[in-house]
Every structure is written in C-alpha cells, then in structure tokens.
Design a protein around this ligand. Structure first.
Ligand code: SAM
Length: 195
C-alpha cells in the first residue's frame, strides 16, 4: 500500500490474512495526534501504529516510514500494489508522475496486480499539474508488459469538509487496475526489463 495513511485499507487487508507493506511518511498518519475536525474542533486521532496494535495486527504489517519517491524498492516486490489518492500530494510534484507510476510498477511481481484510484483535474489550477491525471493519460504509462483490467472515472462530486480541508469541495476521481504479464514478456518480445 503506497500512501497507507492511518490504515483504511491496510487494516481490513491484514484482518483478511494478507501480509501488507504500508508505505507512508506522514508522522500524524503513522503515530496519531491532534486533528482539527470541521464541526467539533480539536480531537485525538490514532495513527496506523496504534490502530494495528489495538487490532493485534502488527505481525501482518510492515511499515515503511519513508517518502515513496526515495524508497529502495528492492525487497518490497509484492503480488499486488495499490494506492489511493496519494500522488497528487504536493510533495510528489517535484518529480514527474511517470516516476511515481514506474516505481509502483517495479513493486509488482510478474502476474501481479497494480491499481490506483486518483484525483482527476476538477479545478482550473489542476490543469497545470500533471499529477491530477485522467485514466487515459495514466493508461499510457502501462505498456505492453501490462494488461489493463479496469478503467473508471466519476463525474465531479461534492465531498464534505474533513480533516485538512475545512470546506465542502469538489472532486473527480479515476481508477485503473492492470496486471503485469506473468513471464515478463510483451506482445512484441522480451520487455525492456528482461532484454
Ligand atoms: C489521501 S491519503 C489516502 C490514504 C488511504 N489510502 C485512505 O484512503 O485512507 C494519501 C496518503 O498518501 C501519503 N503519501 C503521499 N505521497 C507520499 C509519498 N511520496 N510517500 C509516502 N506517502 C505518501 C500521504 O501522506 C497520505 O497519508
């Protein structure tokens, strides 16, 4: 899980019996702390570490508390790699979106699954930032070594105020899921990795 936050996806996966690698570098998401809620003011929010401990799931989850763009990917290769609304964070704008996506792809073992849900442009200022992308633009990063299984996108929708965003706001989201060819071979011959 890339951008695991406080574990919305990590906990159910671990509970279901999967071994999960959680990559996340926000100290609040990892260790918890005080957050400002839109209506009720300040409150304590537990982080991933505490939530895993409470659920007695620490053994199933390896936390990598690093910036994904600087993480050593060797040793983290997995059957499935997922990210939810992470690459549009401004910390990632210093490098091209292709770098984030390529690093994700490198983490997927042959035959494995790569999936992302992501913010699409929903505001004029997003048009300047390639990290607010579209399913079609993202699909162009998945070459012959991949089979695209699913591409979805929503219409613009209203999201209520939440931690970090004190006003109701509009989003538009996309999703893409693809599998890596099992033997690393592409339609045209060996992939670049294998050649
Ligand atoms: C919108 S949250 C989504 C988290 C979780 N999937 C969920 O739905 O609750 C995205 C998370 O990605 C993390 N993130 C973004 N860029 C990252 C990076 N380069 N390295 C590590 N974590 C990153 C952020 O800190 C944030 O916690």
């Amino acid at each position: 899980m890339i951008g695991a936050s406080d574990g919305k996806f990590v906990l159910p996966l671990a509970e279901a019996g999967y071994d999960v690698i959680a990559i996340e570098n926000d100290p609040l998401a990892l260790c918890g702390g005080e957050v400002l809620l839109p209506v009720s003011g300040f409150a304590y929010a537990p982080g991933l570490v505490e939530r895993l401990k409470e659920a007695d799931l620490q053994q199933r989850v390896r936390i990598v508390a690093e910036d994904f763009l600087d993480t050593e990917v060797d040793g983290l290769v997995s059957d499935a790699v997922w990210t939810s609304c992470s690459w549009h964070y401004s910390v990632n704008h210093r490098r091209p979106l292709s770098e984030f996506v390529t690093r994700m792809q490198q983490l997927v073992q042959p035959g494995g699954l790569c999936g992302a849900e992501f913010m699409m442009p929903s505001d004029d200022r997003h048009d300047e930032i390639e990290h607010y992308t579209t399913p079609n633009a993202l699909a162009s990063h998945f070459g012959d070594a991949w089979t695209t299984l699913l591409v979805l996108q929503t219409a613009p929708f209203l999201e209520r105020a939440h931690v970090g965003q004190m006003h109701d706001h509009t989003h538009r989201m996309g999703m893409l899921m693809a599998t890596k060819h099992p033997d690393g071979y592409t339609k045209g011959g060996p992939s670049h990795d294998e050649a």
